[in-house]
Design a protein around this ligand. Structure first.
Ligand SMILES: [Zn+2]
Length: 418
């Protein structure tokens, strides 16, 4: 190869890498459906031109992912049990999604069980107590932050939630939304992720058990949320994400209380609202609110991320929709000169819990819906049955329906790119 051709090629590759960093051509890596916002580039010759002498400082860019409820019902505990080793194994559940979750800078989920220890006896609904191995699998799947603000947080009382917090911390996960001691009750989780300060808060509408929640679980209270967000911003948070456990179970649309609270939180300064609890996916939306100052402020809300994993499905609950969830991803950017924060891309990846019987026991795997469909259609169905395939096709449609507002943006940005 001639030297000149080689140098042009190197420049082309470098420019592509630079452009990729700037404009994120590889965003599809993070999710199946991505809507990109803002300007797009149209310059076919740019790849062979040398980069300008004084190149602009690169924007700081990070990615955040969120998944919904991680439930551990008794049949899942049985399925995870390995009689030979007398241990529990949950890694298989996350095998198909871990590449995606590991690829982002910060991943958040909701753990809807406590880890009260084997002495208390493992149990599913209505008082959840799961083996510690579920947390290990969550960590290995790539999650960083785990919300413990949900209605099952006190299923095994104060000692149950204390042990859960301690265990999660011991393996390097960051629990939020529950309180280990009174001194921690006003703590705000502020994370430095790749040069961006991000606060993550969590609240639940309440708990199922009769224990008083004070100094144990973070409860929805508008005044408290406003105060926490203000405090996070005082501490230097450039972006505020709120994990919130709310809504009506099994309803595919948010209720009025959710809508009102979402608006309030965005008014208070929240940027991203991650809903959980309904066990089905509720819509994603961009919400714009008018501030008392006359300015407007916008934020993004997913009213419910659905079930990430559970034993809920058509067979066990005689209900559709409870077998699916979504991994929602945000690309967050900071202008290195102005410090301005923007969200140039949002994506989602539909997931489905594939439950199947093999080698004498049940298996649960969170699969990426489109990958599983392709696998089946390729003639190598693996453990997928025809019924699974038909359900997967439905799930894809059902999920896209809940992301119609984002798909609209996606359609627009695809048109612009062409
Ligand atoms: Zn719940």
């Amino acid at each position: 190869m001639q030297k000149r051709t080689l140098s042009i090629l190197i420049i082309a590759v470098l420019t592509l890498i630079l452009l990729d960093g700037l404009f994120g051509f590889s965003k599809k890596l993070y999710s199946r459906y991505t809507a990109t916002f803002g300007s797009t580039i149209h310059n076919e010759n740019v790849a062979v031109e040398p980069p300008p002498e004084e190149s602009q400082p690169e924007p700081i860019r990070i990615t955040l992912a969120a998944a919904g409820d991680i439930m551990v019902h008794l049949p899942q505990i049985k399925a995870a049990y390995n009689a030979e080793t007398d241990t529990y194994e949950f890694t298989e559940c996350f095998a198909d999604i871990k590449e995606l979750v590991q690829s982002v800078d910060l991943a958040i989920c909701n753990l809807e069980t406590v880890l009260a220890g084997p002495d208390r006896g493992y149990s599913g609904y209505p008082d959840f107590n799961a083996p510690d191995e579920i947390a290990v699998a969550i960590k290995e799947a790539g999650f960083d932050v785990v919300s413990l603000a949900n209605n099952h947080s006190l299923d095994k009382g104060p000692s149950g939630i204390y042990r859960t917090i301690d265990y999660l911390r011991s393996i390097g996960l960051i629990p939020i939304g529950s309180i280990r001691s009174e001194e921690e009750k006003d703590d705000i989780l502020l994370l430095e992720v790749g040069g961006i300060s991000l606060a993550v808060l969590a609240y639940t509408y309440g708990v199922n058990s009769p224990y008083p929640t004070e100094n144990l679980v973070s409860i929805i209270d508008e005044e408290k949320i406003a105060g926490d967000i203000a405090k996070a911003k005082d501490m230097g948070a450039e972006l505020v994400a709120v994990s919130i456990h709310w809504g009506t179970e099994y309803k595919r649309e948010p209720n009025q209380a959710q809508k009102n609270l979402a608006e309030k939180m965005i008014e208070f300064g929240a940027d991203i609202i991650l809903g959980s609890h309904p066990h089905v996916i509720q819509p994603f939306d961009k919400v714009e609110v008018a501030l008392p100052s006359g300015e407007t402020r916008e934020g993004y809300v997913i009213y419910s991320l659905g079930n990430f994993i559970s034993n809920q499905n058509l067979q066990t609950l005689n209900m559709k929709y409870v077998d699916s969830g979504v991994i929602l991803t945000f690309t967050i950017e900071k202008d290195p000169e102005t410090g301005e924060i923007s969200i140039p891309a949002i994506g989602y990846t539909p997931t489905w819990v594939h439950k199947f019987f093999k080698d004498g026991k049940d298996h649960y795997r969170i699969v990426i819906v489109e990958d599983a469909i392709k696998e089946y259609e390729s003639g190598q169905p693996g453990d997928l049955s025809e019924a699974d395939y038909l359900r997967l096709k439905e799930v894809l449609e059902e999920t896209r329906e809940q992301f119609r507002s984002l798909d609209l943006e996606l359609a627009v940005s695809t048109e612009q790119d062409e």
